[in-house]
Design a protein around this ligand. Structure first.
Ligand SMILES: [Zn+2]
Length: 339
């Protein structure tokens, strides 16, 4: 039996030495060491030996297995190295070649502008509140102190879904909902889509976007409104941007103002963007009308507040120098790809 083991060891060693590939080496392993391999069949014969011979033959068989396994391992390493060397010689990587350009999407300029606006107000402590786009005429008009004969209620200005139900013409109904639900102090902004019966042109669209703000607390004044808008103007359009309030009239607020920002393109000297005015009309605002507060269950003798509303589309157009409102909605990648 010991001779047989020597023979197996020798034969295995020769075959391993001649192996040229990993599969070939694996076949040799199976042939000698596998379940039906030469060495295994020898080990099966151990039972026929005497008690004295058995341990000697067993030890010799183990030694043969160990030696053969070692040889296979060494050969396996050699084959890997050879393979690697061949690969290194034949496969070259030129790291100076330009990479493959991948098109990556990005936010639409309208969304970028909205995110930036929201971020500025959130930093000032405003909560973001959203509301439904289909509203009751009560929330959209009545609760906002809008007279029953106000022209904005006209069918030619407002999309009516049914009697008493409209597509909201402003985001202000969200403020009504908030005042009904929350107790002062209230500090919210409501960005969202609004609808009006306008034919699309360079400055009008039947759907557009507004961001409104509302602050209600004790001792809120027009000065707080100006301070808030100053900080917004500077954060959005640059540090030197100033604001200017002009008297106006909205049913929702008293007093009401229109707010201009100093032209960020020319710094107020006058240019094409500001039509030589030095100022750009930006938003409507004012102190919340006492009727509106009372209608929402807030005592106007204790609390006061301001509200403002501006077009997100308008801010985006100014910020990104887009000259026609329709371009914002047409989603032509030649345009929106530039931002
Ligand atoms: Zn200008």
């Amino acid at each position: 039996m010991l001779d047989k083991l020597k023979e197996i060891e020798k034969a295995a060693s020769l075959e391993i030495n001649d192996a040229n590939s990993m599969p070939e080496l694996e076949a040799i392993r199976v042939k000698f060491l596998g379940k039906k391999g030469h060495l295994t069949s020898i080990l099966r014969g151990l039972g026929s030996l005497t008690a004295e011979e058995r341990p000697i033959a067993g030890a010799a068989a183990n030694e043969t297995r160990q030696k053969t396994e070692n040889l296979i391992e060494i050969k396996s390493k050699q084959l890997w190295e050879t393979l690697l060397n061949v690969k290194l010689k034949t496969e070259k990587l030129d790291i100076t070649l330009p990479g493959i350009h991948k098109e990556i999407g990005h936010l639409h300029p309208l969304r970028s502008a909205e995110n930036k606006m929201v971020e500025i107000f959130v930093r000032m402590g405003f909560d973001v509140v959203e509301g439904p786009e289909v509203e009751s005429t009560h929330n959209n008009f009545d609760a906002l102190n809008s007279p029953a004969d106000h022209p904005s209620r006209d069918m030619t200005d407002t999309f009516y879904i049914s009697e008493g139900v409209v597509l909201r013409t402003q985001t202000s109904p969200v403020q009504i909902r908030a005042m009904q639900k929350r107790k002062p102090p209230i500090r919210i902004i409501s960005p969202g889509r609004v609808y009006r019966c306008d034919a699309p042109d360079g400055t009008h669209s039947p759907v557009f976007h507004q961001l409104e703000g509302l602050v209600i607390d004790r001792h809120i004044t027009l000065g707080d409104l100006k301070g808030t808008l100053d900080l917004f103007a500077q954060s959005m359009f640059g540090e030197g941007t100033k604001t200017r309030l002009r008297p106006h009239n909205f049913p929702f607020t008293e007093p009401s103002v229109e707010v201009d920002f100093s032209c960020f393109a020319c710094g107020g000297k006058g240019c094409r963007l500001c039509k030589s005015e030095g100022w750009i009309e930006m938003l409507g605002a004012g102190m919340v009308h006492p009727n509106v507060l009372a209608g929402c269950g807030i005592d106007p003798d204790i609390y006061s507040g301001f509200a403002f509303g501006m077009g997100i589309d308008r801010v985006a157009m100014l910020k990104y120098n887009i000259r026609d409102l329709r371009l914002i909605f047409e989603n032509d990648v030649r345009l929106i790809g530039q931002f």
